[in-house]
Design a protein around this ligand. Structure first.
Ligand code: GLC
Length: 563
């Protein structure tokens, strides 16, 4: 891609950088810049810490020579322009910001400006910019302390930031015209969400969000890799490798890899979470009763997709050894009633933490888990055939066995796959009941009922679909996390399920509706209201898997128009 094409995509992404839902940041940087009044404020991005706790500079304002505040006139991935570029804010590497005189439209119009800011403890500071001191640089440390000093390298810093982003945008997938601007923004999100985690050295973890989710969550890494593969297959492989780097001695993969280590059992939960669980009266908070925490077994599904983009056989075989052990772990360690169908021991392991299927006692038998396990054994069988390094028949036999158990959850009368809470049927009608489509092995009559449920206005046929809880279910809420709102990852899995179950045109239709939702909602938010199609109030923004899967769907829709 030419430099000017990359610059055009960067500018399209810049149009979405409102500094409210999408902060100004840089790959690998923990610095986030948000709009505040006519100026900005600066935060750091930290694991399990609220933005409010991570303020480093408040009310940073630029004034021109006559003392008037210069407004923000444009944001590009590499620079915030004040007063039409009279002053710019840019990065000076991942750990510092630089504020300096830019290319004023007419140099005589501005020989100087001033920068004002307050520290979080309320101290007001000010610095003059002029010919002698054209910029000020703010170095932000991990402990949130800031050192401000005059700098003469502003122009070079701005140029370096621009080169870095142009290299990133040169890899941005080219898609259908109507999806290109949002694809550019989503590609920015993936680049912007790159962080370094001390436990992982210089490795680049693309985190779910620099606001709130600063770690590598196991299944987020899968979805993020599926989107990244279209522009940067090496970075996609890096995500999977990081996710698979810390299996437990019994093969279990951790829920999260974060800066302090991993989250793999309820013992590792941050103190805030344990306190919440304790307040809710959960025995899970009891340190003497640790529960394993992981994420759904979709690793082989993601690996197959990443290899489709670019083969890497030797690398794949190493990853497969880890995936096989993690698949075995579910049957050996998480089939608590020993009936051949593993359960979720904790809501976090399902990824649908707040779903009403977890309102009852644990462990939870869930149709999505059964479906993922069948699908993963089928994928593992195909890999075993391709590489000749494992027993394909054993994977197929286990898939068939799991499928039999999964079909026992089918409630013919209501037309739903039910979950069970500690052995008792759960009445909730939720999106997890659609996941058995992913097996591609359901009886036709069952597929027909699920397809009908998707269109049924009392179930999943909401204006913006697919709701995570059926609209007619007493537990439906249009705003609460996993209790109704639409998530891009569950949509992607339903799309995949429709394709696996012989409904490619319905799959395509849902893919169109999913990308339309992200465009309508204004960005790859964490989850969306299924009635209005807007961001749900409590959802975070610039969210990794929503961005990645938007790109994946956009690429697919662009490759085969009108099919
Ligand atoms: C929330 C979601 C979970 C996801 C995590 C990080 O906890 O429920 O599925 O993995 O955020 O995005």
């Amino acid at each position: 891609m030419s430099r000017s094409d990359a610059a055009a995509l960067a500018a399209l992404a810049g149009d979405h950088l409102d500094l409210v839902q999408a902060p100004f940041t840089l790959p690998r940087s923990r610095i986030l810049v948000f709009r505040e009044g006519a100026g900005v404020r600066v935060h750091t991005s930290e694991y399990e810490r609220s933005l409010e706790d991570c303020r480093v500079l408040d009310a940073l304002l630029i004034r021109d020579a006559s003392g008037d505040a210069l407004p923000i006139t444009r944001v590009l991935p590499h620079a915030i322009e004040f007063g039409n570029g009279t002053v710019t804010v840019a990065f000076a590497g991942p750990g510092a910001l630089t504020v300096g005189l830019g290319n004023a439209p007419s140099p005589s119009s501005l020989a100087c400006a001033s920068v004002e800011w307050t520290t979080p403890d309320g101290e007001a500071r000010r610095a003059e910019l002029g010919a002698d001191a054209p910029a000020i640089r703010f170095d932000v440390s991990a402990d949130r302390s800031v050192v401000a000093e005059a700098s003469a390298t502003h122009a070079v810093d701005v140029a370096d930031g621009e080169v870095l982003w142009l290299e990133w945008f040169a890899k941005c997938p080219v898609v259908r015209d109507d999806l290109q601007a949002m694809t550019a923004f989503c590609w920015w999100v993936l680049g912007a969400n790159v962080v370094e985690l001390p436990a992982l050295g210089r490795a680049r973890a693309v985190v779910p969000s620099k606001i709130g989710y600063v770690g590598l969550w196991q299944w987020d890494a899968y979805f993020i890799a599926v989107g990244l593969r279209h522009g940067d297959p090496a970075l996609a492989r890096e995500q999977l490798e990081l996710a698979f780097r810390f299996p437990g001695p019994d093969g279990q993969l951790p829920d999260v890899v974060h800066e302090l280590g991993v989250l793999a059992t309820s013992d590792d939960l941050p103190p805030g979470d344990r306190e919440n669980l304790r307040r809710a009266g959960s025995t899970i908070a009891d340190p003497s009763a640790p529960v394993p925490l992981t994420k759904p077994p979709l690793a082989a599904w993601a690996l197959a997709k990443v290899l489709d983009a670019e083969p890497a056989d030797a690398w794949a075989r190493e990853q497969l050894a880890v995936i096989r052990r993690s698949q075995d772990w579910w049957f050996a360690a998480s089939d608590l009633d020993h009936d051949g169908l593993p359960e979720y021991g904790h809501p976090y392991s399902s990824g649908l933490d707040d779903s009403p299927i977890f309102d009852g006692p644990l462990p939870t038998t869930a149709p999505d888990l059964g479906a993922y396990l069948v699908r993963q054994d089928l994928e593992l069988a195909r890999f075993a055939e391709r590489f000749g390094d494992a027993d394909a028949a054993a994977h197929r036999t286990r898939a068939e066995r799991t499928l039999v158990r999964l079909l026992e959850l089918w409630d013919h009368e209501r037309g739903i796959f039910r979950a069970r809470a500690a052995g008792t049927d759960v009445a909730s009608d939720t999106v997890v009941g659609l996941m058995p489509l992913l097996t591609g092995r359901l009886p036709e009559a069952v597929v027909d009922r699920l397809v009908a449920a998707l269109a049924d206005q009392r179930r999943f046929g909401t204006p913006w679909t697919v709701p995570t809880v059926a609209v007619g279910d007493p537990d439906f809420s249009d705003e609460r996390m996993w209790r109704g709102p639409v998530w891009v990852n569950t949509n992607a899995l339903v799309i995949e399920g429709l394709r696996a179950s012989g409904h490619p045109s319905l799959a395509r239709d849902l893919a169109e509706r999913t990308v339309a939702l992200v465009v309508h909602g204004g960005g790859p938010h964490e989850y969306f209201n299924p009635i209005t199609g807007e961001k749900a109030r409590t959802a975070t923004t610039a969210f990794g898997w929503s961005a990645a899967l938007f790109i994946d769907l956009a690429v697919e829709l662009s490759a085969s128009p009108g099919e």
